[in-house]
Design a protein around this ligand. Sequence first.
Ligand code: NAD
Ligand code: GDU
Length: 332
Amino acid sequence: MSGQTTVLVTGGAGYIGAHAVLALGEAGYQAVVIDDLSTGRREAVPADVPFVHGNVGDPACLADVISQHGIRTVMHFAGSIVVPESVQAPLDYYRNNTLNSHTLIEACVRAGVERFIFSSTAAVYGIPDVLPIDEQSPTAPINPYGRSKLMTEWMLRDAAAAYGLRFIALRYFNVAGADPKGRAGQCSKAATHLIKIACEAAVGRREEIMLFGDDYPTRDGTCIRDYVHVSDLADAHIAALRHLERGGESNIFNCGYGHGYSVREVLDTVERFAGKPLSVKVVGRRAGDPPELIAVQKRIVSELGWSPRHDNLDTIVSSALAWERKLAGVTV
Ligand SMILES: NC(=O)c1ccc[n+]([C@@H]2O[C@H](COP(=O)([O-])OP(=O)(O)OC[C@H]3O[C@@H](n4cnc5c(N)ncnc54)[C@H](O)[C@@H]3O)[C@@H](O)[C@H]2O)c1
Ligand SMILES: O=c1ccn([C@@H]2O[C@H](COP(=O)(O)OP(=O)(O)O[C@H]3O[C@H](CO)[C@H](O)[C@H](O)[C@H]3O)[C@@H](O)[C@H]2O)c(=O)[nH]1
């Protein structure tokens, strides 16, 4: 029975993990969060969810939490996520994303954890030759962030073959938006994601937005991305959990909607909801940006029964803007 299951959520005080904790509660699961609060916030975890201030690289802490809460399922969100930072400090990224994931997987195997759901990324595909991207596309990450996450997928695949741990890796495309009920959202101190940055500009927290390149071979010259609402992503984790509980096999799934929007289309949508123009400065291309990233999402829909509820740019942008207004204390 799902009501009996306690899920260990690493990184549950962060943006996506906090939404997964809400989704777990709504689906009748108990969550326990472990987070070192390096980028997360203690307030993001509901008061009735046990919270451990710890590092997933600490095997003793993990062993305690797993045994104390009888953990059989882990959702692993904890990690470092800023691509340019991973280029500047690659060894930090390999430590936090790869070595610490190794420690966590090892602790899980030792303790007999049965199910593991991992936050992977479309960054494992690098700059794809063929669009849209299905899960069989070659993995060729172009930065340390993508490589650090791909190595964790490999560790999971090999651990599953050797020890019987079953896993799902979800390769997220561009995650955005906020909980429609306003309970959670993105709180990065130094935002890098387009929709977050545009919403910060809309509430007056930044003066202008740099648009990185308008000379791409796309419909309006700006990059196209498959933006997925964070609450749909949280639901994908519940679908993955149920699949593993039914005895389903380990697998890797893309998590996107299968269509995309250009940077200009996103900015136009933010302006429409903000009710005012944004100051946008077109600058040169950002290194490593592929012109277009769109998922083939057939596998997750057919095998996990994922059924997104917020596949709409207006919903994504309006929820992100509502959250940004809440953070800024703006009432509209
Ligand atoms: N945000 C995106 O667009 C995106 C896209 C693809 C994949 N992902 C993956 O999703 C996961 C969550 O990303 P997010 O956007 O919520 O980021 P986030 O920074 O908001 O959340 C990460 C959380 O992990 C915690 N953490 C980091 N290292 C830790 C450690 N060693 N031990 C314990 N806690 C630790 C942080 O304090 C934070 O609460 C990451 O693994 C990321 O690689 C994110
Ligand atoms: O201030 C900004 C920020 C972004 N962009 C543009 O907006 C698009 C989206 O950029 P984001 O930084 O929001 O997202 P990315 O596509 O670079 O990357 C995201 O999606 C990837 C997978 O697709 C990885 O998961 C990665 O972790 C996650 O940050 C890109 O064309 C980027 O150049 C701007 O023009 N100005």
